[in-house]
Every structure is written in structure tokens, then in C-alpha cells.
Ligand binder design. Sequence first.
Ligand code: PAZ
Length: 317
Amino acid sequence: MASGSWEEFFAVHLPPTDFEDNRSLLKEFCERHDKHGNRIALVTSGGTTVPLEHNTVRFVDNFSAGTRGSASAEYFLEHGYAVIFMHRQKTLEPYTRHFSGQKLLDMLELNERGPNTTITVKPDSVDVLAPVLARYKAAHAAGALLHVAFTTVSEYFWLLRAACECLARLGPRALLYLAAAVSDFYIPKDRVPTHKMQSESGAPVIQLQLVPKMLAPLVSLWVPSAYVVSFKLETDENLLVPKARSALEKYKHKMVVANLLQTRHHRVVLVKPDASQEILLTREDVHAGVDIEASIVNEIVRLHTAHLGGPSAPAAR
Ligand code: PAZ
């Protein structure tokens, strides 16, 4: 099963309808933060889909809740980075991730007094809500967080390349943290039916093709000076570090964060050209709600700072 080239992929797949709007937002964001000498982290998050029909009813999905990406984006902001949060539509987002489901509504009290009805935060929820709200407000007041969303694998690649083109001006101050779970397979556009597949036609035979490896042009052409960190998800421990190391040797970027599906929230291995480093949360850490992303981002920021050879990141303005 051969893959086409990345150039062919972009030639065949048209940009998404809101692409120009997103490109303008990315351009403005990168120019503004570049002017202030800030660092920018591009954090990708969530899984991509591969539609089985152009008018899509069904699709193949890649597993990811967006936990890693949304938490990491918050920690990069805390370290003074401006953050482009490139995420799968409807997956977890920075700050609101703390109150998913009914959590937020359960924190509120409704005081029904006709036209003078008010809503207040329950006293015992203030301590939970206030620090998150304060960080959310600070990030937005500083214009330090930009959200751009994708759904399909082709939308993801169009946005990724556009973000890279805008980030290139920052040189080594740009950091790419590619935590999204991106499909390795897709169906070439000319083999995707327009309308919903009908069961009367019998069981469909679907042949997937390999997606070109975009990390190759990304590292060597699109952002050659950026600090690039990719992620590797496996389910077999025996493949985890060897596959991460082989990706690092092939693409020659700075780090692969290797994780197993089953243990990803409490164990990762940072695979670097010269060494590997395990980050492991204890049972108590997990119980106390410690995010493993705090340690992952800490270490990456430390290495990025050393790579820049300068002082720590300034607060993004
Ligand atoms: O979003 P999440 O916290 O549920 O999962 C995160 C993850 C496992 C998708 C991420 O850590 C990762 O490994 N991303 C790369 C996946 C890949 O190899 O395609």
C-alpha cells in the first residue's frame, strides 16, 4: 500500500471552507507575538476523521479525547508561551476541560425572582472555579490563546501547514507539540461516494491508502528552525520506544513523547536523540488529580530554553 507524496495530497484535497479566515487569524497571531519577541507553542489535540462519504454520515475516527492537548496548552500558557490550540471540533479545550459534562451547572445556584432572577456560584464551588476562571481571563486578556478547529485529516493538514508557514518567522522561538492523533490512512477523494452508502448495495469494500508522512516536510521545509516535539501512541510496550526512536532518527526533530493507550495518563517516555526519560505519576498523584502534562511541559520548556540559550520565556503579551 504505497502513499502518495505530500504535494499530491494538497493538490488533490481542497482547503476547508473556513480556511482563509483561519489563515488570517494565524497570521495576525504570529505577527503580533513575534513583534513582542514571545515564544509560541502550537499544540495539536484530538483525533482526525476520515469521511466515508462526501456528505458525511459515517467516518473512520482516531482515538483521542483531547485531554493531553488541552491540559498541555494551559501549562504552556503558564510558562509564558502564546499558544495556538489546534484541536478537533468538540474535544476538550483549555480551562473548560475542568468543567465538562454537568460539572459547571452543578456549581451554580438559581435564585428565581421573576425579572430579578440571578445565578450565583455555590460557596463551596468558588475555590474550584475561581483559579481556573482567573487563568482563563488572564490568557484571553493577554491575547495569548488562539483556537483553530479541524475535523477531517485533510482539514488538519491544511491548518497544520498554514500554522507552520506563519510560525516560520519566529525561528527557534516556535515550538510544535503535535499531540493530535492523526490518521495514518485515508480514502483518496475520487473513491469517496457523494451520498450515504446504501446497505441495499451489499457490504461495502473500503480500501484505505497510506497518508503521506507530513512530519518530513514539516521538519525540513515548513519550520526548519522550530523546536518540534511529536507524539507516538502504541498499544504494545515492545514497540513503544523502538518506534519512537526510529521516528526521531528518520525526521531528525527534537523529541518524541511515547505513550501507551492503556497508561497514557500516568506514564510517558520522552525519547530524545541522546537519551530517554520516563515520567511516571504515583498512585497518590493520580488520586490527587495531578496532570502528567505539567511535568511533560516543564521538561520540554526547560529543553527549549536551553536550546535557545537564553533566559526563561517572558509573559506573552
Ligand atoms: O487526548 P488523549 O489524552 O485522550 O490522548 C492523547 C494521545 C494518546 C492521543 C497523545 O498523547 C498521542 O500519543 N498522540 C499521538 C498519537 C499518534 O501516535 O498518532
